[in-house]
Every structure is written in C-alpha cells, then in structure tokens.
Design a protein around this ligand. Structure first.
Ligand SMILES: C[S@@+](CC[C@H](N)C(=O)[O-])C[C@H]1O[C@@H](n2cnc3c(N)ncnc32)[C@H](O)[C@@H]1O
Length: 243
C-alpha cells in the first residue's frame, strides 16, 4: 500500500503519546544507546547550526545537546504537530546546557533553511518514512555547508544468520506489542517500511550521487540498525554527460 505524506503525518500524530514508551520497550532501551552513538559522531562546531530532521519527540536533540553545548542554533523539524508539542515540552525540561531549540513544522523534502547554512544535520529513523527520499537528500545537500556533516540512523533489513529472528520479531512480535499500547496499524507499517527501504548499497550510491558520501558507518543489531556519518563534498554537483 502506498502512503502519502499526509497519511504518514496522521499516523505519527496518532502514535505520538506512547511513542517514547514503546521505543524503549520494543528496543529494550537500545534506542537510547543508538542515539548516544550518533551524538558521539557530531563534530565540534563552536557557534554552529545543528538541525535534526524528523525530530519526533526530540530524543536526538537531547542526546546531542548533552555533549555539544557549543552549537549556537538548534532546530528540530517534523511534519507531525503532536510530535513537536512533545519535543518542545521535553526540551524545555532537558535543555540545561546550550540554547533551547526552535521547532518547525516542515517536511524533509522542503527544508526552511538557506543554502549552505547548516553545520550538522541528523535524521534518525526518519528517512525511511519520507515519501520522496531523493528530494530529501538533495535538500540535505543544499542546506549543509561545504564539509558539513550528515548523520543517518536507520533500520535496514538485516542479513545473515540472525535475519530470520529479526524478521520474526519485526513482523510478529512488534506489531502485537505496539497494538497493545498504540495504533496496531502503525506498528505493522514499521516492518513494511524497513522492507521497502533502500539496501545499504542503494543508499550509498544515492549519497554519492548527491555528493554527501558516507565516510564511516557503524552497525547495531547485526546491521539491522545502522549509523551513517556522511560529509558534504566541496564544489558543485557534476552531472555526467551521456556520450
Ligand atoms: C520513527 S519517528 C523518529 C523520531 C526521532 N527522530 C527518533 O529518533 O525517535 C519518524 C518521524 O519522522 C517524521 N516524518 C515523517 N516524514 C517526514 C518528512 N517528510 N519530513 C519531516 N519529518 C517527517 C514523523 O512525523 C516522525 O516524527
């Protein structure tokens, strides 16, 4: 079934109230560790601008602010107003060092930032949900400064011996537990969205095409969850001329 951005927005508005609780439960708190691993890859940038796209309830901003108070501007972007309400409340309490983030309701496909104005941009468990992912990647390239950092944390279809276990967990257990506390259809959508997301090879090619190639990568859950650190190359995009 194909979704529109408004379907996705409605789905995340619906699951927002129990989103954090289910994340902790379904991942056995590993999600906290994964976001901390992302924060550890954020470059030091005094006075810089940090943007978290698809920020949800703001957990990435909490993790990054804990070790990077030196950024001057913090922005969280999401299409779901209910997620943003929770993010604002959470960051009001959690922002003790660094400045309070600004939260904007906008799509990854059309970011409200000037060209080359962002030093570090993250998207955690968000890219998979964006309808036009190539448009979003082009936006990331546009808004990042040359040599700016893009951090992607995302689920991929795991390969190898444990892939059957993860498939069983994702397709059978997760939707049932999700259904007990939240909207079951949203937790059925999750494994489907992972299955239809890019393979690591496909994502790598797209990032290269957009001249924000991956420079390092870290696997969790035997590759079922991956952290990609990418850097925007200098210079304009060179479109190969067909011969
Ligand atoms: C699975 S949640 C991830 C939230 C958060 N980044 C985290 O690590 O928990 C996905 C989020 O992406 C948002 N989202 C989906 N499509 C989006 C888009 N096109 N632009 C911006 N946000 C989007 C949803 O509203 C939701 O809050």
């Amino acid at each position: 079934m194909s979704h529109t951005e408004s379907d996705i927005q409605q789905m995340f508005n619906t699951i927002a109230p129990n989103y954090d609780f289910l994340n902790r439960l379904l991942s056995l708190r590993q999600d906290v560790r994964w976001r901390q691993a992302l924060a550890a890859q954020v470059p030091t940038c005094a006075g810089g601008t940090y943007v978290d796209v698809a920020t949800g309830t703001g957990d990435v901003l909490v993790a990054v602010q804990a070790c990077h108070a030196e950024y001057a501007n913090w922005v969280g972007v999401d299409i779901s107003e209910n997620m943003l309400v929770l993010a604002r409340k959470k960051l009001d309490l959690e922002t003790t060092i660094g400045s309070m983030p600004t939260f904007l309701q906008a799509s990854a496909e059309s970011l409200p930032f000037a060209d080359a104005s962002v030093d570090c941009l993250s998207i955690s468990f968000g890219l998979r949900n964006v309808i036009d992912k190539e448009k979003a990647l082009a936006e990331f390239r546009r808004v990042l400064r040359p040599k700016g950092t893009l951090l992607i944390l995302e689920f991929f279809t795991p390969q190898g011996a444990l892939s059957r276990f993860f498939e069983f967990y994702f397709h059978r257990i997760l939707p049932r537990v999700g259904g007990l506390f939240s909207d079951a259809s949203a937790y059925r959508y999750l494994p489907m969205s992972v299955a239809s997301f890019y393979s690591p090879d496909q994502l790598s090619r797209l990032l290269q095409k957009n001249q924000i190639p991956m420079v390092t990568q870290k696997n969790f859950l035997f590759g079922g969850c991956q952290l990609w650190v990418c850097q925007k190359e200098l210079g304009p995009i060179v479109v190969p001329v067909a011969s």
